[in-house]
Design a protein around this ligand. Structure first.
Ligand SMILES: [Fe+2]
Length: 373
């Protein structure tokens, strides 16, 4: 199974993982054989790539770090919670009360699932349409923040606080007009300032309700603050920031970078990591280090060029070593001459490294062997 760009999809290929709308509703289920009209629909909805049962690594499955149904339920609940905030005051309070109960109970499942394997690596891209981005993004941020919190050794109840805060971190965006949030062009100054008010809008929506504790307020209010003082809304510095918003900030930025947005395509994980490295003055370095433990710069299925003259496809990654995948060699680099398949684990070799990532269109089509199975 491998992530295949939509332009390379052909009728007859079999979908390996479900494609959803941003609110969690299914668009294409796993197991469906593609037809031309489905492919056109994917293009129309700006879906960039789809997981396909391919012939390059047919034996490799890519697992999510939490169960699919848990993720879908989380997106549904975050969606409901944020929409209920648009209701009148009385309804809003009862909705928030219910949302807190349901999200807390779901967080028990998520934390338990993530604690059952502390060495998880994120290999899966979140394939969703760019509509309703905030809901799936909030769930991703919660999962990534909890994983980071686990690596930092924090307690289960603190992990649940981080998760709840991350689920709700962007709730102030319900006040910001969608025309600004989804604007495909460059934002005007007043539009940028309006978006930058969402942490304050978020706090105003939940304050005085006696529903949420300090850590959750802190995440909603401070997840865009940076330890070098370059963030917003208050321009706080490191010593003013507690651990929770610092964890959430790293997860938030990473997921935003790898996600497709109306104004740009998502970056590849290794590109997002490079961007974050270049901005590292804004993030807590210990948090970033622990966060990186769970990342794969080259997720399973990525076609990589190695500095020993081979091209291969990533078949696994090891927790704690984001730049050292195991690679199944498919050809040599100069003429793309196919090679008898063998694997190199970069963890076991001192002098071999990835120095390039290939897009599908950069390799001969017959090499990728994308015939439907
Ligand atoms: Fe935000």
């Amino acid at each position: 199974m491998r992530l295949v760009p939509v332009w390379a999809l052909r009728p007859g290929m079999k979908v390996a993982r479900r494609v959803s709308r941003g609110n969690g509703a299914p668009l294409l289920n796993a197991g469906v054989k593609l037809e031309m009209e489905y492919i056109q629909q994917l293009k129309k909805l700006n879906v960039r790539a789809v997981y396909i049962h391919d012939n390059l690594i047919p034996d490799i499955e890519i697992e999510d770090v939490i169960l699919d149904q848990t993720r879908e339920k989380a997106i549904y609940l975050v969606n409901n919670t944020m929409n209920s905030l648009k209701e009148d005051d009385h309804k809003k309070l009862s909705s928030l009360f219910l949302a807190k109960k349901e999200l807390s109970s779901l967080l028990d499942d998520i934390v338990t699932q993530l604690l059952s394997n502390k060495n998880l690596t994120v290999n899966l891209s979140d394939i969703r349409c760019t509509d309703d981005y905030t809901f799936s993004h909030s769930v991703n941020v919660a999962v990534l923040s909890i994983m980071t919190g686990i690596s930092m050794g924090i307690s289960k109840s603190e992990l649940k606080d981080i998760g709840l805060g991350a689920f709700l971190h962007d709730l102030g965006k319900v006040v910001v007009p969608l025309s600004i949030l989804n604007k495909p062009d460059r934002l005007e100054e007043d539009e940028r300032l309006e978006i930058e008010r969402h942490p304050v809008y978020g706090i105003n929506l939940v304050k005085g309700r006696h529903l949420f504790n300090g850590p959750i307020f802190s995440i909603i209010h401070k997840h865009h603050e940076r330890i070098d003082g370059s963030g917003y809304p208050q321009g706080l510095q490191g010593h003013d920031l507690d651990l929770y918003p610092k964890v959430c900030a790293v997860a938030d930025v990473y997921d935003a970078l790898v996600s497709d947005r109306p104004y740009r395509q998502g970056f590849k994980p290794h590109e997002a990591m490079e961007i974050m490295d270049s901005e590292c003055g804004g993030y807590d370095l210990q948090v970033m280090q622990k966060f990186y433990h769970h990342l794969a710069a080259y997720p399973i299925g990525t076609i990589v060029g190695l500095n020993n003259g081979y091209i291969g496809v990533v078949v696994s990654n090891t927790h704690g070593y984001p730049y050292l995948p195991r690679v199944r060699i498919i050809c040599e680099r100069e003429y793309f001459a196919p090679l008898e398949s063998f694997e190199i684990d970069l963890l076991d070799t001192m002098n071999v490294a990835v120095d390039r990532v290939y897009n599908d269109h950069e390799l001969p089509g017959d090499l990728l062997n994308r015939e439907p199975s």
